[in-house]
Design a protein around this ligand. Sequence first.
Ligand code: ZN
Length: 242
Amino acid sequence: MKFGIISDIHSNLEALQAVLDSARKQYVDEYICLGDIVGYGANPNECIDIIRNLAVKFVAGNHDFGVCGLANIAHFNDAAIKAIEWTKTVIVPEHIAFLKSVPLLLNHNNKLFVHATPSYPDSWAYILSMNDAIREFGFFDNWLCFVGHSHQPVTFTINRDHKIGSSIENSFVCTEKKRYIINAGSVGQPRDGNPESSYIIFDTALNKITFFRIPYDIKMCQEKIIKAGLPPFLAQRLEIGR
Ligand code: ZN
């Protein structure tokens, strides 16, 4: 069984289509979306349509809950708030109802899936450092936990002696001797300096994780953001992956 794990699409239709083209060629059996389908980009309805038809499992992100009124957006940055307000003007009511119905945390196939953190998923904290990771490993028992939110692909591990590690390796086999927190990176707005879309395939037969980076039509996506009247910064950042 191959799981395609995608996160932080952020209304970027071009990136989502490129990632799904790649995943199909890899014979992904089942998709899991780690949240933030919307926010920042110009195609929220189209992205939700695709995800609803495709992903059998979802968890919600802070932008998803921001758009449907379930998260406080006061602490978001200006561009993010503008994008949420714009999204509210174009999103169809059926999609608002869908976003409201999405859970924050999902236990599926003995794996844990959450947008931000296992500890307090609705506080929208980040797992960026070893210290963040060691705290979070204390809040769940699963062997593997998949997260998004930071838009930076990375893997944190803890072994039986509570030794923490981190890695940006593209491909590895998970060992029973460790537990893992794996950040899928972002489909629609990568922030690790590489503008190509990020997603993961987890092959359950081999216990193998593979990170993929996929180029997409950034120009087209930027033009739509500008045309929609969204902050130009949201277009510019895509080409530098920040
Ligand atoms: Zn995000």
